[in-house]
Design a protein around this ligand. Structure first.
Ligand code: CMP
Length: 140
């Protein structure tokens, strides 16, 4: 399987509850390597641009407000099949559906406040990584 990179975001509900270390332990235990990382405060406009694909969804405004409500940790995870592996470790979008031991099963509060985001495909991973990081910041 090919080595891939994927974008991961630790969301405000998790940074508020001091869960960044516990969440990243799950990624690292699964063999994913954090090759870039920063803690930032998004504006609502920046969150809106990142989630532009969801613009027409009824939860879009609430999602953008939430993502700008407290700091987030944006990071790039690398590993074999990293895009799917990250999604496996995160668990289903709605924590009620997430498998035991996944991040969302263990930590997420609701479908909206679900602790983590991960890219869903190679094209979106490339675009999402480029939204937050320059090539110089990906250090392996
Ligand atoms: P994420 O993987 O970051 O991608 C889009 C986000 O929209 C998703 O996680 C959820 O946090 C959020 N989302 C999806 N469905 C709903 C919903 N029904 N209500 C509120 N937020 C949602």
């Amino acid at each position: 399987m090919a080595v891939e990179r994927t974008l991961s975001i630790i969301k405000p509900d998790a940074t508020n509850r001091n869960l960044t270390g516990k969440i990243n332990a799950k990624f690292e235990d699964a063999g994913l390597r954090i090759v870039a990382q920063k803690r930032i405060q998004l504006t609502k406009a920046q969150a809106g641009e990142f989630y532009a694909v969801h613009k027409e969804r009824p939860f879009y405004d609430e999602l953008c407000e939430f993502m700008a409500s407290a700091p987030v940790v944006v990071q790039v995870l690398e590993g074999e099949g990293a895009i799917a592996k990250n999604r496996d470790v995160m668990g289903a979008t709605n924590p009620a559906d997430a498998a035991p031991g996944t991040i969302r099963a263990d930590f997420a509060e609701s479908v909206g406040e679900n602790s983590v985001h991960g890219s869903d495909a190679p094209e979106t991973a490339a675009a999402e990584i480029a939204y937050f990081f320059s090539g110089l910041e990906l250090v392996g």
